[in-house]
Design a binder for this molecule. Sequence first.
Ligand code: ATP
Length: 235
Amino acid sequence: MLSVKDLVVNYGAINAIKGISFDVNEGEIVTLIGANGAGKTTTLHAVSRLLKPKQGEISFCGQPISSMEAHKIIQLGLTQVPEGRRVFSQLTVQQNLALGAYTRKDGADAVAADYEMVFQRLPRLKERRRQIAGTLSGGEQQMLAIGRALMCKPKMLLLDEPSMGLSPLLVQEIFSIIHDVNQSGVTILLVEQNAKMALEIANRAYVLETGSIVMSGDAHELANNDQVRKAYLGG
Ligand code: ATP
């Protein structure tokens, strides 16, 4: 579904991504794990075209997207949930969700049905739909960011550190939401520093170290790999 080949991303003289290749098949949860600064966010931004790669070929559902504008990529069905949530803090929950549907062209009825789908999947958002997003808790803001992305009617979600800054209980809840979203037919590329949870939920994983993929494979096998356990799972 998503194929990335020989991706290189530089920030000026800094070579942040050094020619990585990976793919995500329809229906999968694939996770990209790695330490702080390994290049996980940079990779997602290059895929969603928030950043222009120096080199590389990226295709989504068979279409090259390497030089496509970001909003066109969303229309194709690829939506990013950014790190740190980035909800519109002055707007209500409902208004944030409405903005998620902004690029859709399939009519008001389809969009209305998807509000219901999002509220069913994330009931806390329904309770708080008139609340100003900036006053939500961190976990609720993460739910809103996922809900807003679902309003784009994505085929695939790019999730950037959804567990960041959340209490262990909320981390569980967010991962369970990610699992449900995937079960409903949305393919997921998940970037996480919480390698333990990410490997539990994912089908496959890639390990990123200073801009290069150093290991890849079945997520459960990697979770039991000595090197991965020592470096990312606290032994
Ligand atoms: P984190 O979990 O901390 O977000 P990450 O794995 O997502 O880490 P990136 O944020 O992608 O890593 O950063 C990869 C490398 O690129 C790091 O060395 C970082 O310092 C560098 N970098 C990231 N953004 C910029 C920028 N805007 N300008 C210069 N260098 C940057």
